[in-house]
Design a binder for this molecule. Structure first.
Ligand SMILES: [Zn+2]
Length: 553
């Protein structure tokens, strides 16, 4: 049972999944009796190259071929099926790569006319593994083969096959197999074994094996070896890690709709449910690819619509996200995933990434509205985050103030804290004083913090997520050893006070201030909090504003 791949290996060309073009050409050659002497089958592993080669060997030798297919009944067909045809030589070049092996198995063997079949067929699997000497020894035979000989070289790495050989061959390129075809094949296999498997499970197998049918079949075989007659998602999860695609699809739906509040709530719930965030990044990125493909390739859209609920949801998002947004979203998530893998709290990285997409999406929608209402043309460069510069040709209300562009500039700006126009806002939870600056007893002076701020920020060049929050924040005072940071939004405060981030920030401050006990405290700028919606809408092209996004909804 576990090797259903072998048990149900296709016996006819018509049974091979995918590869229609290749199969058609091969069948036609057989039908018209226009055979070559050397064939090169190349393509990824597990997509049917060797299977096609075996059927080809049978068909060319068949005494009664039907439209290019072997009859499976004649003496030749039976002999080959029973592995009793000494005229059919299958060689794994990965384990028989040397010149002496080629000499023995091919060059000496080929001198004699076929013992029983019409053609001697040599199938060399993993042909690219042959040594140069072996190829050289083989070259003359391939150049001038006896009438009765046919070579089929199968390889996953065509570029490693010597050009002198390639030029002698008819070349056939086998492609990866479409998920829909993989699913159809798996359904047939399950039916033959009288087992039912939920569609969602089959699509998960197809997605995880990326067009390699053999792997997909083996995975199904493992599931079947559990002995269940009805394989549900729950049963499958014993062997295949459950797909997080449904979660990914739901998160993307909220992000694309700009529903930042719901998005953050859902992430919170997911954490409580123990969802692992780093693999979720992969599913999100994969889902974005699905959306992009479905927008432009009709067969992919069809495939999604015929798959599980989450795939249908993704297909439905194609009309709501433009290409630029999907591309930006992918870049954002790839970057956040990298950070999550390098120490930033994965939940924080995920929140940052998805909120940025949500804000970007809202911004795109606003732009579209502005464009309709106010077709004034000035365009401006928009930078979403480091490394992504997206030229925006859409028209925007010309009310964007330079300060907004400054906010999204990633170069450190000492002005953030030293700005002479800066009017420090009194933190509402400290005792009232006209000047909320450093208490006279403080060991650290606010000026000290201002002085080192630039260098301090540079510590976070590799943690862009924190940098985005720290850059616009303002040092508004020092209480004892505690540096008071005024933040735009509650969400910023929550994140810099997250244990891991707080420690990173405090360690950096301690280093630059040369003081051992520095701590930080975040204070929310109440005015910004109230004006959250307006701020986001006015300066929406900044990822910094993304954090305020939760107020939109
Ligand atoms: Zn036959």
């Amino acid at each position: 049972m576990s090797n259903i791949s072998r048990a149900y290996r296709p016996k006819l060309f018509g049974d091979i999944s995918g590869q229609q073009k290749v199969i058609e050409t091969l069948r036609r050659e057989i039908e018209q009796n226009k055979l070559g002497h050397a064939y090169l089958f190349s393509g990824p592993r597990g997509v049917g190259k060797t299977t096609a080669a075996r059927i080809f060997a049978k068909a060319v030798n068949c005494e009664n071929p039907q439209k290019g297919e072997p009859c499976l009944k004649c003496a030749s067909c039976v002999r080959i099926a029973q592995n009793q045809a000494i005229d059919l030589i299958e060689m794994d070049a990965a384990s028989h790569r040397g010149v002496s092996e080629i000499q023995e198995a091919v060059i000496d063997h080929i001198k004699y006319v076929p013992a029983a079949l019409k053609y001697k067929v040599y199938i060399l699997d993993e042909a690219h593994m042959l040594t140069d000497h072996a190829w050289n020894a083989l070259l003359k035979t391939v150049e001038e083969p006896p009438e009765y000989a046919i070579f089929i070289f199968a390889t996953t790495e065509r570029h490693k096959v010597p050009a002198t050989i390639v030029s002698r061959c008819q070349r056939f390129e086998f492609g990866r197999i479409e998920p829909k075809e993989v699913v159809n094949r798996l359904k047939e296999l399950a039916k033959s074994e009288k087992v039912t498997v939920e569609d969602e499970v089959l699509f998960t197998i197809a997605s995880k094996t990326e067009g390699c049918l053999r792997d997909a079949e083996n995975l199904l075989g493992q599931l079947m070896s559990l002995g269940e007659k009805n394989i549900t998602g729950e049963i499958a999860s014993i062997i295949i890690p459950p797909s997080q695609k449904p979660i990914a699809a739901e998160l993307l739906k909220l992000a694309i709709a700009g529903k930042t509040g719901e998005l953050l709530e859902l992430i919170g719930t997911l954490e409580q449910e123990g969802v692992s965030f780093i693999p979720l990044f992969d599913d999100l990125i994969d889902s974005l690819r699905d959306i992009l493909l479905a927008k432009h390739v009709s067969t992919h859209a069809e495939m999604l619509n015929q798959a599980g609920e989450s795939e249908k949801l993704l297909a439905g998002l194609t009309s709501q996200a433009n290409d630029a947004l999907i591309v930006q979203a992918s870049h954002i998530l790839i970057e956040r995933r990298r950070e999550a893998k390098h120490g930033i709290d994965p939940r924080f990285a995920l929140e940052l990434g998805l909120v940025a997409i949500s804000t970007q999406s809202t911004h795109s929608a606003n732009q579209a509205t502005n464009q309709q209402n106010n077709p004034a043309p000035p365009s401006f460069p928009q930078s979403v985050k480091a490394g992504i510069h997206t030229p925006v040709t859409a028209k925007t209300a010309p009310s964007i103030q330079p300060v907004n562009n400054e906010m999204i500039d990633l170069e450190p700006k000492p002005n953030d804290v030293g700005n002479p126009n800066f009017n420090p806002q009194k933190p509402n939870n400290t005792e009232s004083a006209e000047e909320p600056t450093t208490p006279s007893t403080a060991q650290i002076q606010i000026q000290d913090v201002h002085r080192i701020w630039h260098k301090f920020l540079q510590e976070f060049e590799d943690s862009k997520s924190l940098l985005f929050i720290l850059k616009p924040c303002r040092v508004i005072g020092v209480e004892g050893d505690c540096v008071l940071l005024e933040l735009e939004f509650a969400y910023h405060k929550k994140n810099i006070e997250n244990a891991r981030n707080k420690q990173l920030i405090e360690n950096a401050l301690r280093k630059h201030l040369n003081a051992n006990n520095v701590t930080i405290k975040g204070i929310i700028n109440e005015q910004n909090q109230e004006n959250g919606i307006k701020t986001v809408k006015d300066t929406a092209n900044s990822i910094i504003d993304a954090f305020g996004g939760e107020i939109i909804n």
